[in-house]
Design a protein around this ligand. Sequence first.
Ligand SMILES: NC(=O)c1ccc[n+]([C@@H]2O[C@H](COP(=O)([O-])OP(=O)(O)OC[C@H]3O[C@@H](n4cnc5c(N)ncnc54)[C@H](O)[C@@H]3O)[C@@H](O)[C@H]2O)c1
Length: 264
Amino acid sequence: MRFDGKTAVVTGGGSGIGRATAIGFAQRGGAVVIAEFNEQAAHKVAAEITAAGGKAIAVRTDVTRPAELEAAINLARERFGRLDFLHNNAFAMPPRWRPTRLGEIRDEAWEHTLNVGLTACFRGMKYAVPIMREQKSGAIVNTASISGIQADYGVAAYNTIKAGLINLTRAFAIEYGPIGIRANCVCPGVIDTPLIGPGGQDPELRKRIESKIPLGRLGRPEDIANVVLFLASDLAAFVTGAAYVADGGQTAHTGIPPIIPTEG
Ligand SMILES: NC(=O)c1ccc[n+]([C@@H]2O[C@H](COP(=O)([O-])OP(=O)(O)OC[C@H]3O[C@@H](n4cnc5c(N)ncnc54)[C@H](O)[C@@H]3O)[C@@H](O)[C@H]2O)c1
């Protein structure tokens, strides 16, 4: 899988899954625009890529600001001549977030979640279309989640955006497939990134989560980046409108028995 001569924009490329995707794309010959809220993190990843001989630029972008997002997407063409791949991936929980039942979700928290996790992805796709249409090719991967296929306790807004993103991606795939633009979702399970919060570092909680995952471990950012890069590549030339689950088998399980026996 190579991306020589190709260009990507990765939102939220300063950490976790986005960082792994940006690095993986560059390692395979592509040029990357890292569009990221955390400017320092974005520059660090870009520096890491260029130090290894790859091509990357970092641009401070808040994906909820339409003009900033559009500028980041256009930057790919301005600096590298094309836009072959957009990874709509940025997300952060609202400030002071904690699991909350639906009846107690603050309006601002609901709106924040929808803006970052769904509306920004809609806009990202919208801004990519004119460039990809001219090229008559392009691939988009939206980071959804297994939380868009099933629901969790206390994160109704997150469940809503990820489910919405899966169907938004299907709608896009239908509308733009005829002109050569593909769009797919990746649906990660529990991945070891800062997003899962301090609970992810608690050994007891980690053990309990791992006991629900047939492969017996949390995912690594690279586990998801590998799927994203496949979907972005020509190897996935006939794949569009799909929601690819990468969760170590977690959602293959009904939950019965509640503990998956570990046998040698
Ligand atoms: N970690 C998991 O278990 C998991 C599971 C399923 C889906 N996901 C999804 O994967 C994606 C990436 O998450 P991650 O786990 O790598 O988290 P992460 O926190 O490591 O990375 C998210 C990045 O997005 C950036 N970001 C946040 N708000 C932004 C904004 N408004 N504009 C631009 N950048 C912004 C952050 O600064 C951060 O660098 C998210 O869409 C998340 O919902 C994660």
